[in-house]
Design a binder for this molecule. Sequence first.
Ligand code: DCP
Ligand code: MG
Length: 354
Amino acid sequence: MERLWANRKILHADCDCFYAAVEMRDDPRLREVPLAIGGRAEQRGVIATCNYPARAFGIHSAMPTARALRLCPHLTLLPGDFDKYRQVSQQIQAVFHELTALVEPLSLDEAFLDVTDVARFAGSATWMAQWLKQECLARTGITVSVGVAPSKFLAKIASDWEKPDGLTVIPPERVAAFVRELPVTKLHGVGPATAARLEALAIRTCADLERLPLETLLQEFGKFGRRLFELARGIDERPVRVERERKSVSVETTFARDLPDLAHCREALAPLCERLEARLARHGHPPVAGRFVKLRCDDFRLTTLEERSGEPALPGFLHLLEQAWARRRRPVRLLGVGVRLVSEDARRQLTLPL
Ligand code: DCP
Ligand code: MG
């Protein structure tokens, strides 16, 4: 029998200030002082993450380190040890897998789990979440916040609700009331641009959003309008997808207006490269085997250009962009940059003893 999506039990687990938590575990003196992991200010570095004492100064992920040091001159700054973070991540993911095989990792410190069919703990997702938090802490010394809900977007909001060391449960019968109170900015896919357009329509909460008819939402937001219609009612049927090996990491933007020429494309590339860098940082800077640029022109045809080597940095991507542009010489709707990752197999072979 087909299962009603509304009867699912989904956990979202997310470590608290992950990189900083690992460093504080290994040197407890760092617990009480403002601590950040990130690149050096002299090298135009950015903050990857920081502990809660540092957050009290207004410091956050992706902030330039120079600015963080202005906000908090006595900030302790560490460069980060990504091998160590990857190891801790594996231990945590192993705990997830002891509960269920249906694990969808989102980054080093975060995953969705579908525990609908888990029989242990008398089938109680709340108990499972408690066990998960306890096991992760016991085995790695890291606290994890967990959200429990019938859908992915609510589970993710729930894990953030009482951070750090949080456990928030939204049972099916409380979904409607919970969603009504929710600011639209919390909805999956609602970024600053959509939020501003909703604000212009005087829509701040999902209760406001629920009052808009589907036709209006479709007119205002195109395809995303349907998604907004559903999310405002707590509907999100996306399944938890067990990930096969990740082969690439990429980011892309579809522009509100097509970019008319190469000069505009070049300008649009820098912010994309920054987003890619942040995304790679979240995956613990995995080894890279190549880089690529993706263009979709106004005729909707896609052009991808790839190199089998090279740093995932702006100069290399500019070079690829110029060649890709020259192939089509048409206005550009979508621009993307990405990297191929070294396969698990190849990585293992590299580290094999002689
Ligand atoms: N990360 C990064 N650059 C970013 C965002 C994150 O390098 N722009 C890295 C550092 C984080 C880790 O990914 O420790 C996990 O990201 P989260 O967004 O889950 O942030 P934290 O775990 O650090 O904090 P929180 O307690 O808010 O989850
Ligand atoms: Mg986290």
